[in-house]
Design a protein around this ligand. Structure first.
Ligand code: T3D
Length: 263
């Protein structure tokens, strides 16, 4: 049997999904998209999973679309880039953003094109010092996708978003962290341990509250102040009626660690 294009492993409550086409820097084929979406769906459906880590095998994280794959026009047929984006990148970006548990991108090497933006769409991005982010689209006559047009200006402001997207320049992970594009940049040797500690920490919190936090932060961006305050009250009400809130308060008062179960 051939190797899976997405390796799936579980350590405690943390599910790690590893893009596994290292010879092509884990660039996306239609087949890898299918495996990744199925693996994310399975993690979402599994109540024992409380955090997901997405990473890449070998020296790269993901070089975006495999430019030799179907839909790229290499077989003489007209390129169907719109179809590829609609069929694969849009559902993938939406799936990550709607996971019932936090998703961490552990960026082990270069993240280019949609590979960069899929990473940036995760809740927290932790990158090795040797990693980099490249909005490679302009170099092949495309525009950012994978959610990049929405994510980049929000993460780094319009000026930097335009600069990164137009130049397609390589942004080293340290600079990405310094400009607030990612959560942390760590020494290569510390990447796995730092990510594991972060994932274990998130897995021990209320998955339901963390998923709601992601959602209301995203939604508040297009609200006015009063709207955001109203949404906070409404969602706080929902959270407070869940078992995790009762458990969190009880654990605090009893001076013990909480055991959260809600999804
Ligand atoms: O349908 C659609 O297209 C819509 C979706 C678009 C979304 C997108 O992601 S568009 C952007 C696509 N990605 C790129 O344009 C990036 C292309 N890759 C690169 O620019 C460079 O590979 C990197 C800067 C990422 C890394 O450079 P380097 O020097 O470290 O590695 P390399 O030697 O270029 O690549 C190593 C191998 O991976 C090489 O194969 P080989 O020669 O050893 O057999 C290279 O061809 C392969 N590879 C890298 N990226 C891709 C790829 N093969 C296919 N597709 C790739 N995107």
């Amino acid at each position: 049997m051939s190797d899976p294009l997405v390796q799936v492993s579980t350590q405690g409550a943390v599910r790690t999904l590893t893009l596994n086409r290292p010879a092509a820097l884990n660039s996306f084929t239609a087949a890898m998209h299918r495996e990744l979406l199925a693996a994310l769906d399975a993690a979402a459906a599994d109540e024992t999973v409380r955090c997901v880590v997405l990473t890449g095998a070998g020296r790269g994280f993901c070089a975006g679309q495999d430019l030799n794959d179907e839909g790229m026009g290499q077989d003489g047929a007209p390129a169907d880039v719109e179809g590829v984006v609609e069929r694969h990148y849009k559902p993938l970006a939406l799936r990550i953003r709607s996971m019932p548990v936090p998703v961490i991108a552990m960026v082990n090497g270069v993240a280019a094109g949609a590979g960069a933006n899929i990473a940036l769409g995760c809740d927290l991005v932790i990158a090795a010092k040797s990693a980099s982010f490249i909005q490679a689209f302009s170099k092949i006559g495309l525009v950012p996708d994978g959610g990049g047009t929405w994510l980049l200006p929000r993460l780094v402001g319009r000026a930097r978003a335009v600069g990164l997207a137009m130049t397609g320049d390589k942004l080293p992970a340290e600079e990405a962290a310094a400009m607030g594009m990612i959560w942390r940049c760590v020494d290569d040797a510390a990447l796995l341990a730092s990510t594991t500690a972060l994932a274990d920490k998130l897995a021990g919190l209320s998955a339901r509250a963390l998923a709601a936090t992601r959602r209301i932060l995203d939604e508040a961006v297009v609200m006015d102040f009063a709207g955001a305050l109203g949404q906070e009250a409404r969602v706080q009400g929902e959270m407070s009626r869940g078992a995790d809130f009762a458990e969190g308060v009880a654990a605090f008062l009893q001076k013990r660690a909480p055991v959260f179960k809600d999804r």
